[in-house]
Write a new protein. Structure first.
Length: 302
């Protein structure tokens, strides 16, 4: 039996005392960085962002005008590191430009879906009764319709642009965050601090905005990372099917579609860059989401 067991009043070790004195924020950050996959995901995401947004400054290429005289050059030929595609675009430079579109549209659509879903779920869970029933039946009906189907239908009606894709993807992706936030709101609305707002004459808006939503931040932030990953995949889906941005604009999904179309003619090098980039960015956001879940999980920190 150790001395600590014999003497319960023995002073804590320095390491344990330092851990107890650590602020909650530092403890949460430490919990995040203790997750090796989360650190790896952060490093991958930072590298992809630098590659997409700073890369064109270091490796400028022509991505507007075509050059059929330099089409389908193999990697390394005439100074093209990853070769060229069927229209003469430098693949490495095009991968950077496509990354800007995929990352920006994915982030914006994920944030929009998270904001809409958080507000909808918080109001439904806090209001309860018939308001909750009506609002959540709308969510259930929306979940029953495949999001990719809606995207394809809307893309066929409206010529897609970056802002339009953000709006479309955001409006079909808010349903899952709404259900998660509503579940949190149902639990939070019975807490003492929320009941105190009602007892002191506070408005329902104040209760939702000042107490319900801030206390769902852990669930919201974790889900937001997965929403961004899903949005990037949705962009790739519709672009792969030829319903995405119109040339010369492009994204990783459109590059992947062009690569598959060209691989049968011998241009094997066109399929790998965009496919690897999509896999890396989606895995990075999922790894970061796992790390954030550990960071906001109080039981995991204990």
């Amino acid at each position: 039996m150790s001395e600590t067991t014999k003497n319960p009043t023995a002073p804590a070790t320095p390491a344990r005392s330092a851990e107890a004195a650590m602020s909650p924020t530092r403890r949460a950050v430490r919990q995040f960085f203790s997750n090796k996959l989360a650190v790896l995901g952060t490093a991958i995401l930072v590298a992809l962002v630098l590659f997409s947004f700073l890369g064109p400054l270091l490796y400028p290429t022509e991505q507007v005008s075509t050059n059929l005289m330099a089409s389908n050059l193999t990697p390394g030929e005439q100074g093209h590191v990853l070769g060229t595609d069927g229209l003469g675009y430098d693949v490495l430079g095009r991968l950077m430009v496509a990354g800007q579109t995929s990352i920006l549209v994915g982030l914006a659509a994920g944030v929009l879906a998270t904001v809409i879903g958080t507000l909808w779920g918080s109001i439904a869970g806090y209001a309860g009764g018939w308001v909750d029933a009506v609002m959540m039946r709308i969510v259930d009906a929306g979940i029953a319709v495949p999001g990719i189907f809606l995207l394809l239908v809307i893309s066929a009606i409206v010529r897609p642009s970056e802002s339009m894709m953000v709006l479309i993807i955001g409006l079909v992706s808010w349903l899952v965050p709404a259900r998660l936030t509503r579940a949190e709101a149902l639990s939070l609305k019975t807490r003492d601090y929320v009941l105190a707002v009602k007892a002191t004459g506070g408005s329902n808006t104040r209760a939702v905005v000042r107490h319900i939503i801030p206390n769902t931040i852990g669930t919201v932030v974790v889900n937001a990372t997965f929403q961004v990953a899903d949005a990037i995949l949705l962009i790739a889906y519709i672009s792969f099917l030829g319903m995405g941005l119109q040339p010369p604009a492009t994204d990783w999904g459109a590059m992947l579609s062009e690569g598959i179309s060209s691989v049968y003619s011998g241009a094997w090098w066109l399929i790998f860059p965009a496919g690897i980039a999509i896999v890396l960015v989606v895995c990075a956001f999922n790894f970061i989401g796992d790390g954030l879940r550990d960071m906001f999980d109080v039981r995991g920190q204990q």
